[in-house]
Design a protein around this ligand. Structure first.
Ligand code: ADP
Ligand code: MG
Length: 138
């Protein structure tokens, strides 16, 4: 069944000029971009997005990282989108990411790991709606 996931190209990858390379990998893996924008999260917005992690020790580090520069947010459509995109991005810690994954190629550390990918269909819908109105989802 065709479904959707949500991604962000994080500030570290944006700063290093990897946006185009990451979008090409996403395209080449068969995902269709159905919404996309470049934006800069305030620390308040980044804190809301990562609210599920607010008790984790890295939360404040994560919020300041995610609000330090522009990101590219997108909704992606493909058969089995959530699971296949998690495979394409690789493990949270790039040291453990498989060869050929986005994080293996572009991530610097467990915190600054280049991309976000939703972990369930339910969260993909919540996260997509956080950034895009229904009129902006094609
Ligand atoms: P993922 O992004 O792979 O789903 P998590 O949902 O566990 O990973 O964590 C969300 C984000 O928080 C990670 O992508 C990363 O940017 C950051 N993060 C996770 N673990 C750590 C850590 N131990 N130290 C610093 N930042 C972390
Ligand atoms: Mg996660």
């Amino acid at each position: 069944m065709t479904n959707r996931t949500f991604t962000m190209i994080k500030p570290d990858a944006t700063e290093k000029g990897h946006t185009g390379g990451i979008l090409k990998m996403i395209n080449d893996a068969g995902f269709r971009i159905v919404a996309m924008k470049m934006t800069h999260l305030s620390s308040e917005k980044a804190g809301q997005f990562y609210n599920v992690h607010k008790e984790r020790p890295f939360y404040s580090e994560l919020v300041s990282f995610m609000s330090r520069g522009p990101i590219t947010a997108a909704i992606l459509e493909k058969e089995n989108a959530v699971e296949d995109f998690r495979k394409l991005i690789g493990a949270t810690n790039p040291a453990q990411a498989d060869e050929g994954t986005i994080r293996k190629l572009y991530a610097a550390s467990i915190g600054e790991n280049a991309v976000h990918g939703s972990d369930s269909d339910e969260n993909a819908a919540i996260e997509g709606d956080f950034f895009f109105s229904r009129l902006e989802q094609f």
